[in-house]
Design a protein around this ligand. Structure first.
Ligand SMILES: *Cc1c(COP(=O)(O)O)cnc(C)c1O
Length: 536
C-alpha cells in the first residue's frame, strides 16, 4: 500500500517537473495578478470605505442564496410601491394614441381639470415656486407675456433672432456684474451662457474644466473632488463625462472640509467645488480657502451659486455678514447661478459663467465636416427656447436692484424668524449655522421623518435630508405671510410625534429611516432606479 503511494507521488512529481519552466513564468504572473487584485480592492476600499465594502461583499454573497435574493427583491418591491402610491393609480384613462381633432377650448378645459389635481403649492412648499407676495400676479403675467412674445424663437438662429441673442447676453452680463466680474482685474473677461437650469450649468462647467485641464496640464484620467453636501448634479456630470468623483465628508460646521479635500488632490485632479450655499443645510463653504487651494495646485474651482446667486449679493448690501463667494475670490474659474430660483425667472433658466474666454472655449462644440453645414453650438441643447430667455430678461429688468433687494430683505427676515422659532422647540436642533434662507433641522429625541409626515398631512412639502437625518425648508416669498402658521404647525407636529411616536399610515418615515440605515447602498441604488422606472 505504502509502496503504491510512493510510486504515485514519484509519478506525480515527474509529471509536474515537466511544467517547471512554465511555472517559472507562472509565478511572476500570479504575483502580478494578486497585486492587481489588491490594487483594485484598495481603490475600491478607499472609494467606498471599509464598512460599506465589507457589507457590500456580504450582501452580494447573501444574494447568491435564492431565498434571500427573493426576499430582498420582495421587500424592495414593497418600498417601491409605497413610494409610487398615488402616482400610478388611474393611468388607465391616459392617452396612448393621437386623438381625433379637438377644439382649443376643449384642450384648455382638459388641462384645467388636470391642473386641479396638482398639490396646492401656494405657500406651503420648501423652495419649488420662488415667486410670491402681492406682486406675484403681475410678475407671472409679465414673464408669461414675455414668453409668449418669443415662444417661437430659437437663439440657434442668431441671424433670424438677434433680439433673443441680446437678451441672453444681457442676462449673462447682469448676472456676472452681481457676482464680482466688475471687482476683479480680469473682470472684463468674465463670460457665460444661459442654460436650461442649474444642472446644465454644472454639467457645462465640469465639461469645460475637464477639457481645459486636458489642454493645460495634459490630464487624461480626470478626477474631481466635492463634499458630501455638494449637489447631486456633480455625480451626473462625473457619470456623463467619465470623471472619477471623490465625495469628502464635511467638517463640524457642515462646510466643505478644505484639509480633507486637499488630501484627495493628485496629478489627475481637474476640479474642486464649493457651494454658496449648499442645498441641504444652506451653509456657505469656505470659498476663499478653496480658491487658494485650487490656485496653489493650478486646478479649476467651481462655485455653485445656484441658490445663492440672486440672494447673497443683496444680503451683503443689507448688512448681513456674508463671506466672499464670487469672482472676486482668486482661483474661482466658473460659477453657476439659477435665474429660475431666487432670480424669479420662469423654470428652465440658469446662467453658467467663466473667469475668461480661454476656459469657456472648451464648452462649445464646433463641427466642420457635416453635410448640414458648418455648425457650432454653445450649450447642451441645439435648438434653445428663446421664450424662456425673454422671460428671464423680463424678470430681471422689471425687478431691478430694488426688487431683488426688497425680496432678499423679506426672505432673510423670515428665515431668521424660522430659525428663532425652531430654537424655541426643545426637541429640535438646527443643523449648523444657516447663512441664507435654507434652514435644516433634526432631533435627538424624536424621529424627524415622522415630524415631516405629520407636516405633510398638514399640507407642507419639506425636503427630507440624510447625514444627518433632518428636514429643511427653503424659504421663498411664498412663506412671508404664513411664517407663524409654519411654526405653529411645526410645534404641533413635534408634540404629536412626541406623544404618539411611530409611523402614520401613508407616511414615508419608514422608507427614509430604512434608506438611511441600510448599510448596503447598492440595494438603495436599485430601489431608486426601480422607482423611477415605474414612475415615468
Ligand atoms: C437647485 C440646485 C442645483 C441644480 O439645479 P436644477 O435647476 O435643479 O438643475 C445645483 N446646486 C444647488 C446648490 C442647487 O440648489
Amino acid at each position: 500500500m505504502e509502496e503504491t503511494l510512493l510510486n504515485l507521488r514519484a509519478s506525480v512529481n515527474a509529471f509536474l517537473s515537466q511544467f517547471e519552466p512554465i511555472l517559472l513564468i507562472f509565478y511572476p504572473l500570479l504575483a502580478l495578478f494578486i497585486s492587481w487584485i489588491l490594487h483594485f480592492s484598495f481603490c475600491f476600499l478607499q472609494e467606498h470605505g471599509l464598512r460599506a465594502t465589507f457589507l457590500g461583499f456580504l450582501m452580494s454573497l447573501a444574494k447568491l442564496i435564492p431565498g434571500v435574493r427573493k426576499y430582498i427583491e420582495n421587500e424592495k418591491q414593497k418600498v417601491v410601491e409605497k413610494l409610487q402610491s398615488g402616482s400610478k393609480s388611474g393611468r388607465d384613462s391616459w392617452q396612448t394614441e393621437l386623438p381625433k381633432v379637438r377644439s382649443g377650448r376643449e384642450v384648455i378645459e382638459m388641462m384645467e381639470k388636470e391642473k386641479g389635481k396638482d398639490v396646492v403649492w401656494q405657500g406651503r412648499c420648501s423652495g419649488t415656486v420662488y415667486i410670491g407676495g402681492s406682486q406675484s400676479e403681475g410678475h407671472f403675467s409679465l414673464t408669461n407675456e414675455a414668453y409668449s412674445m418669443f415662444s417661437h424663437t430659437n437663439p440657434l438662429h442668431l441671424d433670424v433672432f438677434p433680439s433673443v441673442a441680446r437678451f441672453e447676453w444681457e442676462v449673462v452680463a447682469m448676472t456676472s456684474a452681481l457676482l464680482g466680474s466688475k471687482e476683479t482685474a480680469s473682470g472684463g473677461q468674465v463670460c457665460g451662457n444661459m442654460t436650461s437650469g442649474g444642472t446644465e450649468s454644472i454639467l457645462l462647467a465640469v465639461k469645460s474644466s475637464r477639457d481645459y485641464m486636458k489642454v493645460k496640464k495634459g490630464i487624461s484620467k480626470p478626477e474631481m473632488i466635492i463634499s458630501e453636501s455638494t449637489h447631486s448634479a456633480y455625480d451626473k456630470a462625473a457619470q456623463y463625462f467619465n470623471i472619477k468623483l471623490w465625495r469628502v465628508p464635511v467638517n463640524k460646521e457642515f462646510q466643505a472640509d478644505v484639509k480633507g479635500i486637499r488630501r484627495f488632490i493628485n496629478g489627475n485632479t481637474i476640479l474642486i467645488v464649493g457651494s454658496a450655499p449648499g442645498f441641504p443645510h444652506g451653509i456657505i463653504d469656505p470659498i476663499e480657502e478653496l480658491g487658494e487651494l485650487a490656485s496653489s495646485f493650478g486646478i479649476c474651482f467651481h462655485v455653485d451659486l445656484c441658490l445663492g446667486g440672486f440672494v447673497l449679493p443683496f444680503a451683503r448690501k443689507l448688512g448681513y455678514p456674508i463671506p466672499p463667494f464670487d469672482f472676486s475670490v482668486e482661483g474661482v474659474t466658473s460659477i453657476s447661478a439659477d435665474v429660475h430660483k431666487y432670480g424669479l425667472a420662469p423654470k428652465g433658466t440658469s446662467v453658467v459663467l467663466y473667469r475668461n474666454h480661454e476656459i469657456r472655449k472648451h464648452q462649445f462644440v464646433a463641427v466642420t465636416e457635416w453635410s448640414g453645414g458648418l455648425y457650432v453650438s454653445p450649450t447642451i441643447a441645439g435648438s434653445r427656447p428663446g421664450g424662456l430667455i425673454a422671460g428671464a430678461w423680463a424678470a430681471m429688468m422689471s425687478l431691478g436692484q430694488e426688487g431683488y433687494l426688497e425680496n432678499t430683505r423679506e426672505i432673510m427676515e423670515v428665515s431668521k424668524r424660522i430659525q428663532k422659532g425652531i430654537k424655541d422647540i426643545p426637541e429640535l436642533y438646527i443643523v449648523g449655522r444657516p447663512d441664507m434662507t435654507i434652514v435644516a433641522f433634526g432631533s435627538n429625541d424624536i424621529n424627524i421623518f415622522e415630524v415631516n409626515d405629520i407636516m405633510s398631512s398638514k399640507g407642507w412639502h419639506l425636503n427630507a435630508l440624510q447625514k444627518p437625518s433632518s428636514i429643511h425648508i427653503c424659504v421663498t416669498l411664498q412663506h412671508v405671510p404664513i411664517v407663524e402658521d409654519f411654526l405653529r404647525d411645526l410645534r404641533e407636529s413635534v408634540k404629536t410625534v412626541k406623544e404618539n411616536p411611530g409611523p402614520i399610515s401613508g407616511g414615508l418615515a419608514p422608507v427614509y429611516g430604512a434608506a438611511e440605515k441600510m448599510p448596503d447602498r447598492g440595494t438603495v441604488h436599485e430601489l431608486l432606479v426601480s422607482y423611477m422606472d415605474g414612475t415615468c
